[in-house]
Design a protein around this ligand. Structure first.
Ligand code: TYD
Ligand code: MG
Length: 428
C-alpha cells in the first residue's frame, strides 16, 4: 500500500499547500498550517449511530450549578453547565482574572473542585491578588502551560470547573500563542470538558477590533462566548453567543478594592449622579440585554459658531437622534438650525434602543427651552416621523421598571400619542 501523502491546510481559511508555510497566501495568517493526511484517517468501520425520538429528550435535565454570582448566573442563563465550554473575552485590565478568581472561590466553597490554570501571572502574583479578594487558600493552581501536561493534570485532578487564564499562554508543539497552538489547545480542552463533564472557562485576549484574538474556530467550538467590557465606572458582562441561555443578556459590576462587586440594581446605580431640576436631563426606560433599566439622557444645546451646527450623540444611535431632532424641528417647531446639540447617555453605557427616542426628545426640548423636565417623570417610546409616540418591545416591563424605580409618571405610547403632548406634560 502506498504511504499516505501529507497535505497542509490553513486553519483560518482552508488554503491547501503541499508543505507548511510560515504565512498563509490565502488569508495572511501566520503559523496557521496544520498537517492533514490524505487517506482520510479512520473513516472505516465506525459503528452505526443510534437515534433518539425527540419526545425522549429531557430538556429539563440540563444540570446546572451556580457560579456564586447572581449577575454571572444571569448572563450564563442560570449557572454553569457541566461539560460545557465558555470563552470570556475582554481588554487587558478590564477584570477578567479578578472576576474568575472570585467565581472560582465561590464554586470551590460550594463544595466543588476547581483548578485555575495561571499562565499569565506567577503563582506569587496570583496569591497576592487572591488574598486581597479573600479567595480560599484551598484553590488549586496549575502553573504549567504545556498543553499535554495541563490535560494530564486535569485527568488526574478531575475538577468540576477549570479556568484557563489565558488560552493564548498554552503551548502546543513548543509555541504558545500561535493560531495552531490556540486551536489545538481549545479543541483538546473542549474534548476534555465533554468527556469528563467538567466545565471549562477559557480567558481570551481581544484584538483592537474587540473580538477574541485567535482562530475563528475558538468561537465555533465553545458553547458560550461572554465579553467583559468597561462602561463608565461599571464593568458589564455580556453574552455574545450562548447555547444554553439568552444572547445579549448583561450583568453589571463595579470594580472596587476587594474585586468586582455586583450591581444588583442598575437603575439606581446609573441614576445616582443625576442632577435634579436641571434643563436637558430626563430618564428613559431602556432595554439592556434582557432587562429594563432606567437611564439618564442628557442634552445640551449651545449657539453654534458654524454654518452647519454640530450634532453629537454619545452612547446612543446617532441616526435615531437625528430623526428625533428633525421631528422636534418640523413637527413641534423647535428652532435648532443655529444650535449645536449634544445628546449623551449618562453612565458610559452604549444602548441602541428606539424605546429611548421619547426621552431624547424630552431632553433636547428641555435643554433648548431652558426648562427642566419634572424630576419624577420617566419616558418610553419610539418617535415616528409624523411626531407620534409609538409602542416598543416589552412596553409592560418598561412601565413596571419605571414604577419600581420610583417614578410617579411614566410617559409613553397610548395615553400620550404625540411627542408634542408628551413634551407639554413633561416640562415642570
Ligand atoms: P484584571 O483582573 O487583572 O484584568 P484582566 O485579567 O482582564 O487583564 O484586573 C486588573 C485591574 O483591576 C487592575 O488595574 C487592578 C484592578 N483591581 C481592582 O481595582 N481591585 C481589585 O480587587 C483587583 C484584584 C484588581
Ligand atoms: Mg488577567
Amino acid at each position: 500500500m502506498a504511504k499516505p501523502k501529507s497535505q497542509y491546510r490553513c486553519v483560518e481559511c482552508g488554503y491547501r499547500a503541499p508543505k507548511s508555510l510560515g504565512r498563509c497566501p490565502g488569508c495572511g495568517a501566520w503559523g496557521s498550517f496544520l498537517e492533514e493526511r490524505s487517506d482520510g484517517g479512520g473513516s472505516e468501520a465506525a459503528p452505526p449511530a443510534g437515534v433518539l425520538p425527540l419526545a425522549e429528550v429531557d430538556a429539563e435535565a440540563l444540570p446546572r450549578y451556580s457560579s456564586g454570582s447572581e449577575e454571572v448566573d444571569r448572563v450564563l442563563g442560570g449557572g454553569f453547565v457541566p461539560g460545557a465550554a465558555l470563552l470570556i473575552g475582554g481588554e487587558p485590565g478590564v477584570g477578567k482574572s479578578t472576576l474568575l478568581l472570585q467565581v472560582a472561590d465561590r464554586v470551590l466553597k460550594s463544595g466543588k473542585r476547581v483548578v485555575y490554570v495561571a499562565g499569565e501571572e506567577s503563582p506569587q502574583q496570583v496569591k497576592l491578588r487572591a488574598e486581597r479578594l479573600g479567595v480560599s487558600p484551598r484553590l488549586e493552581l496549575m502553573r504549567d502551560t504545556r498543553l499535554d501536561a495541563v490535560l494530564a493534570g486535569l485527568d488526574a485532578h478531575a475538577p468540576d470547573l477549570v479556568v484557563v487564564d489565558s488560552i493564548q499562554t498554552l503551548e502546543s508543539e513548543g509555541v504558545p500563542g500561535s493560531l495552531v497552538a490556540v486551536r489545538n489547545a481549545t479543541q483538546a480542552l473542549v474534548r476534555w470538558a465533554k468527556a469528563s463533564g467538567g466545565t471549562l472557562v477559557l480567558v481570551g485576549h481581544v484584538t483592537k477590533e474587540g473580538t477574541v484574538a485567535g482562530p475563528k474556530v475558538i468561537e465555533h467550538v465553545v458553547d458560550a462566548t461572554l465579553y467583559l467590557e468597561t462602561a463608565g465606572v461599571f464593568r458589564v458582562l455580556r453574552s455574545a453567543k450562548n447555547r444554553f441561555g439568552p444572547v445579549g443578556e448583561v450583568g453589571v459590576f463595579r470594580m472596587e478594592h476587594a474585586g468586582l462587586v455586583e450591581v444588583a440594581n442598575p437603575s439606581e446605580a446609573f441614576l445616582a449622579e443625576r442632577p435634579l431640576g436641571v434643563p436637558g436631563s430626563t430618564v428613559g426606560l431602556a432595554l439592556y440585554g434582557e432587562r429594563v433599566i432606567a437611564l439618564e439622557v442628557q442634552a445640551l444645546a449651545a449657539k453654534s459658531p458654524y454654518a452647519a451646527p454640530k450634532r453629537v450623540a454619545q452612547g446612543l444611535d446617532p441616526r435615531r437622534v437625528d430623526v428625533v431632532l428633525a421631528v422636534l424641528e418640523r413637527r413641534l417647531g423647535l428652532k435648532l438650525g443655529h444650535l449645536d446639540v449634544y445628546v449623551n447617555l449618562a453612565g458610559g453605557l452604549r444602548v441602541s434602543d428606539p424605546g429611548l427616542d421619547l426621552a431624547v426628545a424630552l431632553a433636547v426640548y428641555s435643554a433648548v427651552m431652558g426648562r427642566p423636565v419634572h424630576p419624577q417623570t420617566a419616558a418610553v417610546g419610539e418617535v415616528g416621523l409624523a411626531g407620534e409616540v409609538r409602542s416598543v418591545t416589552l412596553l409592560e416591563a418598561r412601565l413596571r421598571e419605571g414604577r419600581r424605580a420610583g417614578f410617579e409618571r411614566v410617559l409613553g405610547p397610548g395615553a400620550l400619542p404625540t411627542v408634542e403632548q408628551a413634551v407639554r406634560e413633561a416640562l415642570a
